[in-house]
Design a protein around this ligand. Structure first.
Ligand code: IMP
Length: 190
């Protein structure tokens, strides 16, 4: 007999969730739209997608497969948040790129931009390596990010200033495997 894991079902986690903000269908439709924009904008150019671990794993996988062109992928892991819901302001490289990005067109793929602290640091770090261009894709953007200096080229969804989980985003390393973007019930935090 072949053992098969049950597919992850959001209903198993339902009691921990307060509200679904974005459904899986909405995510996939929006990624398809933005993929067409990216294909047009990068026509005739090489494209290196740089995912920021771990939150961007899901969006990177789906965005990459939605792009109908050659791409390369690389990953960086940086620390920004601790285990709570507020930014620590400390950014540290935990895993650097394997790729030399000199002369490359880099598109950073982020899960969420909140204060923009992490992203500002990342952009200046990558820019110092001599790429042909560095642009930013984020699935989600919170209101505070509007005030940041760095231009975000592709935004999936503008969301309210609430802590969200799912589709790669975690609370204490959990909930990344939800297919939707949701807020958590208050009992989870207590
Ligand atoms: P920033 O530096 O404040 O823009 O924070 C960016 C990082 O914080 C993201 O890449 C996430 O890892 C994390 N983060 C920010 N807001 C949320 C949220 O609502 N849920 C889960 N993680 C978040």
């Amino acid at each position: 007999m072949v053992w098969q894991a049950d597919p992850v079902d959001a209903s198993d986690l339902e009691s921990d969730l307060a509200k679904t903000l974005i459904t899986p269908e909405e995510i996939s439709d929006r990624l398809a739209e933005l993929s067409r924009d990216i294909e047009r904008d990068y026509e005739g150019k090489d494209l290196l997608l740089v995912g920021v671990l771990k939150g961007a794993v899901m969006v990177m996988a789906d965005l990459a497969r939605s792009l109908d062109r050659h791409i390369e992928m690389d990953w960086m892991a940086i620390s920004s948040y601790g285990s709570g819901t507020t930014s620590s302001g400390v950014v540290r490289i935990l895993k650097d790129l394997d790729t030399d990005i000199t002369g490359r067109h880099v598109l950073v793929v982020e899960d969420i931009v909140d204060t923009g602290l992490t992203l500002s640091w990342l952009i200046s770090n990558l820019s110092s390596r001599g790429p042909a261009s560095v642009e930013i894709f984020t699935l989600l953007r919170k209101p505070d990010a509007q005030r940041m200096q760095v231009k975000v080229n592709y935004v999936g969804f503008e969301i309210p200033d609430e802590f969200v989980v799912g589709y790669g985003l975690d609370y204490d390393q959990r909930y990344r495997n939800l297919r939707q973007i949701a807020t958590l019930a208050s009992h989870v935090y207590s």
